[in-house]
Design a protein around this ligand. Structure first.
Ligand code: HEM
Ligand code: HEM
Ligand SMILES: [Fe+2]
Length: 459
């Protein structure tokens, strides 16, 4: 940490960690509900538990992104943040918004649209916090008169994410129209502008951890952003197949969404080449695991498992079955959870006191238990989803009869989910084990020494 104000990132990450833990309580609860009997049925029905599970996810991942911004911007623009106070106020509003939203959902106070359940006052709070962050960052860059491509792509991703949230602020009477615009936010977030955020954070980490040439990485970044837009925008139509819009969306959705994995493969390839060219002796091996792991797991969860059901001929059978959470979990985890955890693991030796840069055994256990657990959860949802599709959609068995037949897969989900949870508990424990740094310590090696050494060696 070279700038005092970067410590803001620690508090954003700390909030993210607490919410990550809370999110999983509701995940396990839902898995248990599938097994039944459900003593909480009256107080916390499945839909409310699911709204809480997915909303906490979005709130903590965005807190992680914002934390990353507050770390990366001073680093790349080489100056202190414009206002630390404003950044902390943003966090306070964010926490109040998140906590009251969850309490509201418990009592059925929701907007009722999947993943956009936030009532209007909460949506306004989200917009306000985003605007506060953009103002802060804009003033910081203005003061420094310096910014990099990596930083620019990160910020562009967040600005576009905020703009795409605007259609979610409106109410629609017609269900088809409501569905049509819901995907402008949800799909264009996860398969569009959030990928810009992931790609730029990955570039930042690879430049720092492998000493990869900044110019080369930033050229790749343009290529990836281009590919994301080329396929992702019209790829939205893979959600339009069965919602009551004209038929021409079927071939459009099939064709363009099938191209979407290209950008994800691109990201994994650039991670691979960056690591191959480096001498791999950066001490933060754990950070490298998380960064490269994110690129690889995204290819698996989003690229391959997304492609598997994106064709209209397949989606006709699998739409809305357990095949969807199979892909939803692995994609979200690889792309957005892992990249936030990578940023945390990279920055922690600088943001906390007494921590070794090379990571701890506990940190490695956290990594592998999470990977194994999430892989197992993906397989549990996949096997449940295949059986469900076959029994319910092809054989014509009723919904509840089918659920009865696939109980064993939910047992598997509870088992593998528990392995995942142990990995997360270890990660959170490792995070809070060391106190945050309150000031800059001249004894801590500079964050960018690897990048500078590699650049010097090249010239
Ligand atoms: C102990 C770990 C977890 C368990 C047991 C669990 C379980 C579940 C269950 C049962 C559902 C409902 C699926 C349905 O509607 O039928 C769900 C939904 C969801 N979960 Fe998790 N979850 C866990 C962790 C996570 C994590 C770490 C993430 C983020 C990467 C995540 C993201 C989601 C998403 C995005 C959905 C909505 C998926 C959809 O609508 O198809 N969950 N989860
Ligand atoms: C990091 C990137 C991605 C993430 C985080 C992600 C996450 C999700 C989530 C959470 C859902 C459930 C949405 C809902 O029903 O409300 C979903 C649905 C879907 N995703 Fe993705 N996804 C990603 C990339 C992709 C890609 C690249 C493809 C195709 C190649 C794809 C294909 C699909 C399809 C076809 C559905 C609809 C499933 C259905 O009909 O029920 N996704 N995705
Ligand atoms: Fe999509």
């Amino acid at each position: 940490m070279r700038y005092r104000s970067q410590i803001v990132a620690y508090w954003y990450f700390a909030v993210a960690m607490c919410l990550f833990g809370l999110q999983l309580v509701f995940g396990l609860l839902m898995a248990a509900k599938y097994l039944g009997p459900d003593p909480l049925l009256e107080f916390l029905p499945f839909d409310r538990a699911k709204a809480i599970h997915t909303n906490i996810l979005i709130v903590w991942v965005l807190a992680g992104f914002m934390g990353a911004v507050y770390y990366v911007v001073p680093e790349e623009s080489r100056t202190e943040l414009h206002s630390t106070k404003l950044a902390y106020w943003g966090l306070v509003i964010w926490v109040i918004m998140g906590v009251t939203a969850v309490i509201g959902y418990l009592f059925g106070y929701t907007h009722g649209v999947k993943m956009l359940e936030q009532p209007l006052p909460h949506k306004m709070a989200i917009v306000v916090v985003m605007l506060m962050m953009f103002y802060n960052v804009f003033m910081t860059i203005k003061k420094a008169k310096r910014w990099t491509v990596t930083e620019g792509v990160l910020l562009a991703g967040l600005v576009l994410a905020a703009l795409l949230y605007l259609p979610a602020l409106l109410r629609y009477e017609n269900y088809t129209i409501e569905g049509f615009y819901r995907w402008w936010t949800i799909h264009l977030w996860v398969e569009g502008v959030w990928e810009m955020i992931q790609a730029s954070l990955l570039a930042f980490l690879l430049i720092r951890l492998s000493g990869a040439d900044r110019e080369v990485m930033e050229k790749w970044l343009y290529v990836i952003v281009g590919l994301v837009f080329l396929a992702g925008i019209l790829g939205t139509a893979h959600h339009y197949y069965w919602i009551g819009v004209p038929q021409y969306w079927l071939p459009l959705g099939g064709f363009f969404s099938a191209l979407e994995p290209l950008a994800l493969f691109g990201m994994a390839i650039y991670a691979y080449f960056a690591m191959r060219r480096s001498r791999l002796d950066h001490p933060n091996g754990l950070g490298i695991h998380w960064a490269v792991g994110s690129a690889v797991f995204t290819v698996f969860g989003a690229g391959i498992l997304g492609l598997a059901h994106t064709w209209p001929a397949v989606n006709k059978w699998t739409h809305g079955t357990l095949i969807t959470p199979m892909h939803g979990h692995s994609a979200f985890y690889g792309a957005y959870v892992m990249i936030v955890l990578a940023m945390i693991v990279y920055t922690m030796p600088y943001l906390t006191r007494g921590r070794s840069e090379s990571g701890s055994t506990m940190g490695y256990w956290a990594f592998w238990l999470q990977i194994a657990g999430m892989f197992g959860m993906t397989l549990s949802f996949a096997t449940a989803g295949i059986a469900q599709t076959y029994l319910e959609r092809i054989m014509g068995l009723g919904y509840l009869d089918t659920q009865w037949e696939i109980q064993v897969h939910f047992l598997m989900l509870v088992g593998t989910g528990s392995v995942f949870v142990i990995g997360v508990i270890l990660f959170i424990w490792d995070f809070f084990r060391y106190p945050p740094r309150m000031d800059i310590d001249p004894n801590v090696p500079a964050d960018d020494r690897w990048e500078r050494n590699a650049a010097a060696a090249r010239t």
